[in-house]
Design a protein around this ligand. Structure first.
Ligand SMILES: Nc1ncnc2c1ncn2[C@@H]1O[C@H](COP(=O)(O)OP(=O)(O)OP(=O)(O)O)[C@@H](O)[C@H]1O
Length: 290
């Protein structure tokens, strides 16, 4: 099973939202990481066949993504998925199952099975308007799974989840990714740090890096430092902006700076282990609020 993107680009007028993207996806969990406007939604919509590339090709097992056969194997949770607030969770899934052409008996069986997969079996008869953000997202994943897809595409599925819901979500995705291609986009690093086998780092429509979290982190090896400095000196370093500062923390009368630099930034700076968060803030420092 493989999904291949070959030199895929998408332009909106003069804006290049995705530029020359080449990817090969086999079963596993893939995290598409990028700041707002990086091109994640555009890329996912092209992968789902909802949007045509301006140039390049996307194929699944050598078939075009606009074929019906592909659509049957695809599950998609768009960013702005519309729920019907007055429906119960179960009726909502039954309704979507009928739209997807499942028979009544299969739909009923599948709906109950999926409500259990996303841990909503006890809420089956509750109206969606009473659900938390996390419960709605899990229901969204359940609807994307109705056709038992080989490719599951989730656009910002963790938006609005609290920490407990995030953990539950991660566990669910890890399980689903064992036998299918799961691609999820986020700008929250911790959501992909533990579950993604491969991370795609996107900026300004381009794919900057791809690889396992460990491989991606090697980019910053030996370049992340922490230094405890008097406030005046720390402020000087920050305003001079000679290094990307990834974190600032007040420590009693001093300031602890975490920064990225290929050289030791000050006499008593300590080299620390890089995290994906450092990497993200390093690449997206203009957009991120430090
Ligand atoms: N229909 C459109 N017409 C014109 N420009 C668009 C359109 N859709 C997206 N863009 C632009 O293309 C770029 C990529 O947008 P996209 O929504 O793919 O980014 P994103 O990474 O998903 O962002 P976010 O995290 O905010 O959803 C942005 O600059 C956006 O303004």
């Amino acid at each position: 099973m493989e999904l291949i993107l070959d030199k895929v680009s998408r332009q909106y007028g003069t804006k290049m939202a995705c530029s020359n993207i080449c990817l090969r996806l086999t079963p596993g969990v893939y995290g598409l990481l990028g700041a707002n406007g990086a091109g994640k939604t555009t890329l996912m919509r092209m992968i789902c066949g909802v949007l045509k590339p301006t140039s390049g090709t996307i194929t699944f097992n050598q078939a075009d993504v606009h074929s019906e056969a592909y659509r049957d194997r695809l599950g998609y949770l768009p960013q702005d998925f519309g729920y019907y607030p007055e429906f119960t969770a179960q009726n909502f899934l039954l309704y979507l199952a009928s739209l997807k052409g499942l028979s009544r008996t299969t739909a009923k069986k599948k709906t109950l099975e999926l409500l259990s997969v996303v841990s909503l079996e006890k809420e089956a008869k509750r109206k969606i308007k009473t659900f938390s953000g996390g419960m709605k997202q899990r229901l969204g994943i359940a609807q994307a799974m109705l056709n038992n897809p080989s490719i599951l595409v989730l656009d910002e599925p963790t938006a609005g989840l609290d920490p407990k819901e995030r953990v539950r979500f991660r566990n669910l995705i890890s399980r689903l990714g064992r036998e299918r291609i799961v691609l999820l986009s986020t700008h929250i690093v911790s959501d992909v740090e533990y579950i993604a086998d491969t991370i795609f780092l996107m900026k300004d429509g381009k794919l900057l890096h791809q690889g396992s979290p460990q491989k991606i982190l090697q980019l910053l090896e030996g370049k992340v430092w922490e230094c405890l400095l008097p406030p005046a000196y720390a402020e000087k370093l920050c305003t001079e902006k000679s290094f990307p500062i990834v974190n600032i923390r007040q420590e009693e009368e001093n300031v602890l700076l975490r920064l990225v630099s290929s050289q030791k930034p000050s006499e008593d700076a300590m080299a620390v282990t890089a995290t994906l968060e450092d990497l993200y803030l390093y690449y997206f420092s203009e957009e991120a609020s430090l």
